[in-house]
Design a protein. Structure first.
Length: 290
């Protein structure tokens, strides 16, 4: 039971990032010099998964254009002898088999995942949110695939969140059966701090079994009038084993302004070309503020 397909939901309205997302998809906002969603596609490809379904919607055409060939640009770069750029531009269009389906209305993450049903069929599959970046020594998805290969059941990426922030997450309850792996008993969407069963928050990576589709179909709109993936996972956890996995690495919610800023700064500091001068700049800036 190998995971051969990944789904990237990218049809949300991105209201937390307005007005920047009024006329462009938040998944296309740049983290330094590439759009957020490219980092996610690269993570999937680096894990050996070549078939990717991106869930798009109105106003998201730029995503398709980004992963397609751009013949005028290729012609121009070739004519100007900019081979390095040419190779990079061509690689973006050929690194994976990218498929698209449109979610006609943004009815929530659960509904977006349900749009992938006929593409996925009866196989386990990965879901990576279009605005969730994880950086670390090992790719988050690779860690999760390793756990999946052992448990052969649904694996949800979780991270410990401050008590004051539990109401922004789906929170799991369950036993830590071995380091970093939890047997999930229940999930609660956006609980109040006093009602949270733990501080382990669900983040933007999942490996799901196809049974989830049946539960998604039966899920009625929950918090915010949206069909929540957490609600379907809650039912799934009653019917079959579901595991939480506390991945290693730093995660950024790049769909949130502060998360986006943190991701930009940290990725820039890691870059060989930009890191040293950017570090100097930040150091001087911060010393000046003390
Ligand atoms: P978010 O809740 O972060 O996306 O969903 P959003 O709804 O665009 O954000 P805000 O709160 O309005 O700023 C996580 C991921 O799920 C996708 C989003 O595009 C994002 O990548 N999503 C969300 C869908 O594909 N469809 C939906 O109906 C909702």
């Amino acid at each position: 039971m190998r995971v051969k397909k990944a789904v990237i939901p990218a049809a949300g309205l991105g209201t937390r990032f307005l007005p920047a997302t009024k006329a462009q998809p938040k998944e296309m906002l740049p983290l330094i010099d590439r759009p957020i969603i490219q980092y996610i596609v690269e993570e999937v490809v680096a894990c050996g998964i070549e078939d990717i379904l991106i869930i798009t919607g109105r106003g998201k055409r730029a995503i398709e254009d980004h992963f397609d060939r751009c013949l005028e640009l290729e012609y121009y770069l070739r004519a100007k002898d900019k081979e390095e750029w040419l190779t990079e531009i061509q690689q973006i269009a050929t690194m994976a088999n990218i498929h698209y389906v449109r979610q006609r209305e943004p009815r929530g993450l659960g509904h977006a995942v349900l749009c992938a049903r006929s593409f996925i069929g009866e196989e386990p599959f990965a879901v990576l949110l279009g605005d969730d970046i994880v950086k670390g020594d090992r790719l988050c998805l690779a860690q999760m695939l390793e756990v999946f290969a052992e448990v052969k059941a649904t694996v949800i990426a979780v991270q410990k969140v401050p008590l004051a922030e539990v109401s922004k997450y789906g929170i799991i309850s369950g036993q830590e059966i071995r380091p970093r792996v939890f047997a999930v008993q229940d999930l609660v969407e956006k609980p109040k701090p006093e009602e949270a069963p733990s501080r382990w928050g669900v983040t933007g990576r999942y490996i799901l079994t196809p049974r989830v589709f049946g539960f998604l179909e039966q899920t009625s709109p929950g918090a915010g009038g949206e069909i929540q993936l957490t609600d379907a996972l809650k039912v799934l956890a009653k019917e079959e084993q579901v595991f939480g996995y506390a991945f290693t690495g730093r995660r950024y919610d790049a769909g949130d302004k502060l998360g986006y800023l943190k991701a930009t700064v940290e990725l820039a500091l890691e870059r060989e070309d930009l890191g040293p001068p950017f570090f100097e700049y930040l150091k001087n800036l911060l010393v000046g503020r003390e």
